[in-house]
Design a protein around this ligand. Structure first.
Ligand SMILES: Nc1ncnc2c1ncn2[C@@H]1O[C@H](COP(=O)(O)OP(=O)(O)OP(=O)(O)O)[C@@H](O)[C@H]1O
Ligand SMILES: Nc1nc2c(c(=O)[nH]1)N=C(CO)CN2
Length: 166
C-alpha cells in the first residue's frame, strides 16, 4: 500500500459540487481509500491568461495500491468524467487533479513528474498541504515569497471539507 497526495482545484461551475464529485470518484478507484482531506481554500487564480473566478483548492491523501502512472491515468479519467475540457494553458477548469507526491518516489517524465514541479511555489498547494502534514510543512514564515501571495492576500481558508463538501 502506498500513500499518494493530490492537489485539486476548480474555478468553473459549482466548485463545492466539483470537489465533492472528484472526492467521490477518487474513493471509488480500485485499491484506493481517501485517507485525509484538507480544508477548502479559496485562492486567487495564479499565472492565468485571462480573468477567472477564484479557485477552490484542497489537498487529499490517499492510500492506494495503484502505481503512480495508473493513479495519474485515473486522475485524468476523473477530470474527463467531470467534463473538463482543455482549451488554453492554465485556462479556467471544472476540475484539476495534480499528483503531488507518491511515497518517496521521484519520476521525471513528460507525462508524469513527481514530486509535482510547481508545488513548492504555490501557496494554493502549500496551505492545504500543511494541514495534512503539519509536522513537515509550516506555512506563514515565508509566504510573501510564494507566487500565490503576489497580491498580498490571495489565500483564504473557507472551512473544513466535512462542512463544505459533504
Ligand atoms: N504530477 C503530475 N500531476 C498531474 N499531471 C502531470 C504531472 N506530471 C506531469 N503531468 C502531465 O501534465 C499534463 C497536463 O496537465 P494539466 O493540463 O492538468 O496541467 P495544468 O494543471 O494546467 O498545469 P500545472 O501542471 O502547471 O498545474 C497531464 O496530461 C499529465 O500527463
Ligand atoms: N489559485 C490557483 N491558481 C491556479 C491553479 C489553482 O489550482 N489554483 N491551477 C492552475 C493550473 O493548474 C493555475 N493557477
Amino acid at each position: 500500500m502506498s500513500r499518494a497526495v493530490l492537489g485539486l482545484g476548480t474555478n468553473l461551475g459549482d466548485r463545492a459540487e466539483n470537489l465533492r464529485a472528484a472526492l467521490g470518484a477518487l474513493g471509488r478507484l480500485p485499491g484506493t481509500r481517501v485517507e485525509a482531506v484538507s480544508s477548502v481554500w479559496q485562492t486567487a487564480p495564479f499565472d492565468v491568461p485571462d480573468k477567472q473566478q477564484d479557485y477552490w483548492n484542497i489537498c487529499v491523501s490517499l492510500e492506494t495500491t495503484l502505481s503512480p502512472h495508473a493513479l495519474l491515468g485515473a486522475c485524468l479519467g476523473v477530470e474527463a468524467a467531470l467534463g473538463r475540457v482543455r482549451r488554453t494553458y492554465h485556462g479556467a477548469r471544472v476540475i484539476d487533479l495534480d499528483l503531488l507526491l507518491y511515497d518517496g518516489a521521484a519520476v521525471q517524465e513528460k507525462e508524469l513528474t513527481v514530486p509535482h514541479p510547481g508545488m513548492l511555489e504555490r501557496a494554493f498547494v502549500l496551505f492545504p498541504l500543511s494541514e495534512l502534514f503539519p509536522e513537515r510543512i509550516a506555512c506563514g514564515l515565508d509566504f510573501h515569497n510564494a507566487p500565490g501571495f503576489a497580491d498580498g492576500g490571495s489565500v483564504l481558508r473557507l472551512g473544513p471539507a466535512k462542512d463544505l463538501l459533504s
